[in-house]
Design a protein around this ligand. Structure first.
Ligand SMILES: NC(=O)c1ccc[n+]([C@@H]2O[C@H](COP(=O)([O-])OP(=O)(O)OC[C@H]3O[C@@H](n4cnc5c(N)ncnc54)[C@H](O)[C@@H]3O)[C@@H](O)[C@H]2O)c1
Length: 288
């Protein structure tokens, strides 16, 4: 592992990704603050971290002492000021909505020290757009983790046309220090992973909408055909229906390519709050 200058990290968002990112940062020795909008969400995020660490302990992958020390490095707060005022790196993992992220970035620019690097975990929003609301565009970068963060090794690092080489190199070293592997990608909607993934899951929903097959059979056939661990509907439920929908919308808006237009069923499910695993109901039922 390479030693980096970053010592303290702030993760914005305690959802599916934010809690996972905070966990791996704290596991790797970084003092980690998590910021979200309510105490209840923060409590749930912390519970998810505890659950995930407990599984590692049960499997003998880490010791109980490691779990306790990791949790000791995590602080939660609803105050952005408190959470971000003295950190070296902010990783924003809030909802995939441009206005929310722009507001966070412009506000952080006033709160954080000059040297602080701003990373976004966005799946589709241009990094240059997020950087444009700050006075530190050279220090804004994309660090795109995969779900579930504690288990998935791949990370896309996104360099905008104004991101500096220093910011890129520090970010690459940081990702390496988490025990992850990275590739550098240009600032383009969906980067590599989501350009491919969203297209494949959207097509599966469209297939289902035409009545060609059932959810279970489409999942079964893709698992068996490609030796994938899960089918498209299981994957959408894991990622979150809202997130998949918003990613598609964002790539569609940027490219204008019809194939990225979200399948209507995704829109309907988002509207009624069937968001997948996180709401206990998506294409499958998780309430039992
Ligand atoms: N879910 C995935 O598989 C996945 C994978 C890679 C990247 N991403 C990206 O990660 C980001 C987060 O996705 P997620 O799946 O964790 O979403 P999520 O809905 O689980 O969590 C988002 C969190 O952001 C919080 N939030 C909203 N506004 C906020 C604000 N102003 N300040 C602080 N917190 C705020 C919400 O309360 C929520 O807890 C998105 O940009 C998404 O595109 C998601």
């Amino acid at each position: 592992m390479i030693k980096v200058d970053i010592k303290k990290v702030c993760v914005i968002g305690a959802g599916v990704m934010g809690s996972g990112i905070a966990q791996v940062c704290a596991q790797s020795g970084y003092a980690t603050n998590i910021v979200d909008i309510t105490d209840e969400i923060l409590k749930k995020g912390l519970e998810n971290i505890k659950k995930s660490l407990s599984k590692f302990v049960e499997k003998g992958k880490i010791a109980q002492k490691d779990m306790d020390e990791t949790l000791g490095r995590i602080k939660t707060t609803t105050s952005r000021e408190k959470g971000a005022k003295d950190v070296d790196l902010v990783i924003e993992a809030a909802s995939e909505i441009i206005d929310i992220k722009k507001d966070i970035f412009s506000n952080l620019d006033k709160i954080c020290p000059e040297h602080t690097i701003f990373a976004s975990n966005t799946s589709t929003i241009p990094i240059s757009l997020l950087g444009s609301v700050t006075r530190r565009q050279d220090k804004v970068i994309g660090i795109h983790f995969m779900n579930p963060v504690p288990l998935m090794r791949g990370v896309e690092v996104i360099k905008s046309i104004v991101t500096s080489e220093d910011t890129l190199n520090t970010s690459l070293k940081f990702v390496d220090s988490l025990g992850k592997e990275s590739v550098v990608v240009k600032d383009s909607p969906g980067f590599i992973s989501n350009r491919i993934m969203t297209l494949f899951v959207n097509e599966a929903v469209k297939l289902y909408e035409t009545g060609l097959s059932t959810i279970e059979d489409i999942d079964k056939m893709t698992r068996l055909s490609f030796n994938w661990p899960m089918g498209p509907f299981q994957l959408i439920d894991l990622i979150g229906i809202d997130i998949v929908h918003d990613m598609l919308e964002s790539i569609y808006r940027e490219t204008g390519w019809e194939r990225y237009k979200p399948a209507p069923l995704l829109k309907r499910m988002k509207e009624v709050g069937w968001l997948g695993r996180k709401s206990n109901k998506g294409f499958y039922d998780y309430s039992k």
